[in-house]
Design a protein around this ligand. Sequence first.
Ligand code: PLP
Length: 394
Amino acid sequence: MIPVMNVQRQYASLQDELDKAALEVLHSGGYILGSKVSDFENAFAKYCGAKYAVGVGNGTDALVMALLACGIGAGDEVITTAMTFVSTAEAIAQVGARPVFVDIDPVTYTMDPKKLENAFTKKTKAVIPVHIYGQAADMDAICEIAHERGAYVIEDCAQAAGARYKSYRTCTLGDIACVSFFPTKNLGAAGDAGIVVTNNEDLYKGVLAYRVHGSGINGAYTYARLHGQADSFDENKIDFHGNLPKYYNYLVGFNSRLDALQAALLSVKLPHLDSWNEKRRQIAAIYDEKIDNDLFVKPTVAPYNEHIFYVYPLKIKGDRSKFRAYMEEKGIATGVYFPVPMHLQACFSDLGYKAGDFPVAEDLAEHGVTIPMFPELTDEEINAVVEAMNSYKG
Ligand SMILES: Cc1ncc(COP(=O)(O)O)c(C=O)c1O
């Protein structure tokens, strides 16, 4: 079977270095935070062209803590796209705010800025565009609308590590950004892992505090900031009575740190991310050129974007299940990202949305399908996929 994604081949290609890095951490006894984590944070911030990065437990926690650092909670609204993985909307609900959905652009599948303005209310505190499938949302348009209305822009970069928008890397386009290093992502750990990236020192300190139970000086400062007392805050006046600052908690936070082990592995992989993404683009170019079958709508890259093809998102005209069964018979796996748009998920039924509210997202949920896409695909496998696609008759 040719898989949709595969993590073992990438591990095999770097096995010696990855094993060495993992063993080094095991032997060191330094498992929580420390230099392995800060080295990776610095390297990832530099890679993005951002000032700060905070390694966290996973991409979902990254979103939750970014929202909290922005001071978002009960009574607030946060706008996101109807077509994303549930984490984006779940994080909004987890902080007590209300997720508000907008439809996607029919060409790029990212948040449609034309639909954004109408979704704003007095309660809107943030917008979370999702760089879905590896292509950035139209960030200039989104940031202009959001910032004019005093809302934060939180990038969901879970599917787009290393992608560029108008030559800038994702993670530097809004106020704060969240990345997932789930193993199958373009930059994947050997388990759950994530990072928050920002140029905003206040938001940086906020996430630093939230990932360690809201404790210490960053917790005290963030508490003061979120209560309008940042100007009078003086860290020299905090008295920890000779005890560890981590035992003084100012915010109700989390235990959500990037593991030293994951950081060490990610540090080995990061220098390869650009070449892996380039390989994905090359495979996409072959699919673009060689797939010749009117039953499929191929993905479109906006002229200002450098796509990194986390997946190769197609739309099929006709019966998706029949196509997937046909591919399976040919020994080729396919995927669906995602079959249920957010406004129709059972967990959000109390928000009052109904079928028909976001037709573009609904159409993609019904007709979207992905084919194998990862840098280590062989030429034979790519050809087999193309051949199967071209001989499909519907
Ligand atoms: C768009 C999007 N947002 C958020 C996440 C959450 O990341 P994680 O699985 O690391 O919590 C994912 C990935 O799973 C995702 O695809």
